[in-house]
Design a protein around this ligand. Structure first.
Ligand SMILES: [Zn+2]
Length: 498
């Protein structure tokens, strides 16, 4: 097993090889009940409290298909320009795993509900078409918890299983190999998953929280000699669970595979693990073939045969596609192409939109999310959406700046407090005593003190060298512990010294 091995520089790898991407995304639907039983699906419930004989796979229990999950699956298929099957079945995928008590997963095999679709993503002004092979329905497994210092099964003291997640409806969306992306491959992968997330949010079919696992991504990658037009042997990196990691995992696999191939080795068709902390992939297990799973049609469920009227009714309810929405928002907000690209790249489109809806100007919303908050997210290795601050909080902070209750510097401290869980912006301002001192008497006194302490500076200003006021403003701000409106301080200094 090669853990880190040697890597080839990314650019050098692309001089020799063409990457082919493949993305498999699992989406947990937000239906109220599970795929084949009536158990609730709420996230974070006490372990093993949302189970029944069906999702525990007890003998004699019979599954029933969740109509609302089928409807969500069809909406997803339609939004990805897929054909919707006129008739399809579920299939048993047989394998043993402790978190899957039935010893098979109810999935779909050669008869997916949706197939032959496509979508398009834009990276640096180039549009890439991503072909969708299929979107099929299946159920989630339970969750194993390995207790011990490692957190993994190796070296664990013991393991626990929580079956609350077993049977939650999943849609697996599989692309065909995406070719011709070259150096854009990592960005195309990220853009595709990001756009898929927007599309799913827009459809309202999933919470799409990557950090909670309701959207999980497996990244397939292979390299072929440059210009050959062929497909090399691929690896499948499992459970890459943030947009940033999708990009990093593709980049890493390109460099790793190029090193193996360049050294005369060959790529093993295998699953690999992604390590968020170190940014590397390591060898998992050899990839099983479909044959190994002994798929066969599920005998306990009736086939799904959606009427064409149902399909057309759903098609009529589809929201605006993400690319169209982006073009409209860019126009409404007056963003440049670069502003828009940065916003999308940071995964901040929805956040900026909601912040504007909560009352902030487009420029202010962009400034906070792409500046201060992006920096915080980076520092803590988080997605922006995972930060414990809401668009409404950001809009409120900006409103306080506009009202001159706080200045920009204090606004950062207010965000510090909100991120630290100290409450709403108003609560943080109150508890930390951050409001700007608007008492003119106190300000005026601080200005007088600063003038008295810096007579030479004051003389310069009296002589018309207004630029020298900066030193006095600094002194006053220091005296006021930053809690003053610098613009008003400047006015007062000039009034007093003119
Ligand atoms: Zn159940």
């Amino acid at each position: 097993m090669s853990v880190t091995g040697t890597l080839v520089d990314f650019d050098a790898a692309l001089e020799q090889f063409d990457p082919a991407l493949g993305l498999e995304v699992h989406v947990e639907l937000n239906t109220a009940s599970k795929m084949f039983c009536g158990c609730p699906t709420e996230f974070g419930a006490e372990p093993n409290t949302q189970t029944c004989p069906t999702c525990l796979g007890l003998p004699g229990s019979m599954p029933v298909v969740n109509r609302s999950a089928v409807e969500s699956a069809m909406k997803i298929g339609l939004a990805l320009n897929c054909e919707i099957a006129e008739w399809c079945r579920f299939a048993r995928k047989n394998y043993f795993y402790p978190d899957m008590p039935k010893n098979f997963q109810t999935s779909q095999y050669d008869e997916p509900i949706a197939f032959d679709g496509w979508t398009e993503v834009d990276v640096d002004g180039t549009t890439y078409r991503v072909e969708i092979e299929r979107a099929h329905m299946e159920e989630d497994t339970g969750k194993s918890l390995h207790v011990g210092t490692s957190g993994r099964i190796h070296g664990a003291d013991y393991s626990l299983v929580d079956y609350n997640r077993a049977g939650i409806p999943l849609i697996e969306i599989v692309t065909r190999p995406v070719m011709g992306t070259g150096a854009h491959a990592p960005a195309v992968a990220r853009a595709y998953v990001g756009q898929l997330r927007e599309l799913l949010l827009g459809l309202g079919v999933s919470d799409v929280r990557m950090e909670q696992g309701s959207l999980r991504c497996d990244v397939n990658l292979s390299l072929a000699p440059r210009g050959s037009g062929g497909l090399g042997t691929r690896t499948e990196t499992k459970n890459v669970n943030s947009l940033r990691s999708v990009e990093r995992a593709v980049r890493y696999e390109i460099s790793r595979q190029a090193a193996v191939l360049g050294g005369g080795g060959s790529i093993l068709q295998e699953t690999r693990h992604w390590h968020e902390d170190t940014g590397v992939t390591t060898s998992g297990r050899e990839k099983s073939d479909a044959d190994d799973y002994r798929y066969f049609p599920e005998p306990d469920l009736v086939p799904v045969a959606p009427s064409r009227e149902w399909v057309e009714d759903l098609r009529a309810t589809l929201p605006e596609p993400p690319r169209v929405r982006r073009a409209r928002l860019q126009q409404d907000w007056g963003f440049s192409d670069l502003d828009m690209r940065d916003t999308i790249g940071a995964g901040a489109l929805g956040l900026v939109e909601e912040t504007i809806a909560a009352g902030a100007s487009p420029q202010a919303a962009r400034k906070w999310w792409l500046g201060e908050l992006a920096r915080r997210a980076n520092e803590t290795d988080n997605e922006l959406t995972a930060l414990p601050v809401t668009p409404a909080d950001v809009a409120r902070v900006q409103a306080m700046v506009d009202e001159k209750t706080i200045n920009d510097k204090l606004a950062r401290q207010v965000l510090d407090g909100v991120l630290a869980g100290e409450g709403t912006p108003d609560e943080v301002v109150a508890s930390r005593g951050l409001a700007v001192v608007s008492d003119e008497g106190a300000l005026s006194a601080a200005v007088d003190t600063a003038i008295a302490a810096n007579p030479e500076v004051a003389d310069k200003i009296r002589d018309g060298k207004v630029a020298a006021a900066g030193a006095l403003i600094g002194a006053v701000m220091k005296e006021m512990r930053g809690q003053a409106d610098a613009g008003r301080v400047r006015e007062l200094i000039l009034e007093k010294l003119s």
